[in-house]
Design a protein around this ligand. Structure first.
Ligand SMILES: Nc1ncnc2c1ncn2[C@@H]1O[C@H](COP(=O)(O)OP(=O)(O)OP(=O)(O)O)[C@@H](O)[C@H]1O
Ligand SMILES: [Mg+2]
Length: 291
């Protein structure tokens, strides 16, 4: 768990620190966020706060808007309504210095999005040099330290295609860490991996959490969420349905939609029940995650 560490304060000279709503105390502050694609309302009034050093796992069915929410946080998507602040930057401020804000946020995707034509080391140095303007030697030193952290410094000269999926995802994490982010966003980082490599990636993420990194993690790994998250947020249909400590949300969910989702995730062979059959007396999820 990671309750004690504070994230570094944003450097001075970049002036988009938030004032309203106590946002500057949160690593992430989202209020009344709405996002539509045409007629499809994907986010329907999301409120979410992540404290510095907190690990929040975001769970929910396919299509519930989890990726869209993460993508709004660093302006890969523009929301129609609501406010977002990240690391003291008001993301929804039209005057925002987008690049300065994005430098504070590391993002790791399901598909690793490494540059195939660059070596592992170059993947981890290129943005440091181009975006942070670090001298090449310093960028290399930082990259190697982060590759060591994910256990891959001996792969530094290889190309991504020469690595397993799990190794590529560890490189993607090292690349994100090399930018010294205040906040790491993970969007299903293990769901494209072979089962035997999932554990390595989760172990790296556990280590990051233990080191005090602020993390917002979309995941279907319920045991990770239960063990590592300070808080679990369950989304369905573009709203936050339920949130709280993992032992409550996963161990004793209050809402029937949370229960229906968890029973499907914990027993993937179960046939999804029709919506009207989801009554409040539905059985709690299988007991294999209780302590
Ligand atoms: N660029 C887009 N244009 C139109 N519709 C989109 C776009 N991106 C997402 N959507 C729709 O928004 C809804 C939410 O998508 P999103 O990717 O956020 O879901 P998710 O919770 O991440 O699901 P999954 O668990 O499958 O990754 C879906 O219905 C999706 O089809
Ligand atoms: Mg998604």
């Amino acid at each position: 768990m990671s309750t004690s560490a504070a994230s570094p304060t944003p450097s001075t000279g970049e002036s988009h620190h938030s004032d309203a709503h106590g946002a500057s105390e949160s690593a992430v502050h989202v209020q009344d966020l709405h996002k539509c694609y045409g007629d499809l309302e994907v986010l329907r009034g999301i409120d979410l706060d992540v404290a510095p050093g907190e690990v929040v796992c975001l769970i929910g069915p396919s299509g519930s808007g989890k990726s869209t929410l993460l993508r709004c946080l660093n302006l890969l998507e523009t929301p129609q309504r609501g406010t977002i602040s990240v690391g003291g930057y008001t993301v929804t401020d039209p005057e925002l210095d987008v690049d300065a804000m994005r430098r504070r946020v590391g993002m790791v995707f399901q598909q690793f999005n490494l540059f195939p034509h660059l070596s592992v080391l170059e993947n981890c140095t290129v943005a440091q040099v181009k975006v942070l303007k670090r001298p090449a030697a310093e960028a290399k030193r930082v990259a190697l330290a982060n590759l060591e952290r994910v256990g891959l410094n001996e792969k530094a000269s290889q190309r991504p295609a020469q690595l397993s999926g799990g190794q590529q995802q560890r490189v993607a994490i090292a690349r994100a860490l090399s930018m010294d982010p205040e906040l790491m966003l993970f969007d299903e980082p293990t769901s494209a991996l072979d089962p035997e490599t999932v554990g390595d990636v989760l172990a790296i993420m556990r280590g990051l959490a233990a080191d005090g990194m602020t993390m917002l993690v979309v995941t279907h790994e319920m045991s990770f969420a239960r063990d590592v998250a300070d808080r679990v947020v369950f989304m369905d249909g573009g709203v936050v349905v339920e949130q709280g400590p993992a032992r409550d949300v996963i161990g004793a969910p209050q809402h029937h939609r949370t229960r229906a989702f968890l029973s499907r995730v914990l027993d993937p062979t179960a046939v999804a029940a029709p919506e009207q059959a989801d009554d409040a007396d539905a059985a709690p999820p299988a007991g294999d995650l209780t302590d």
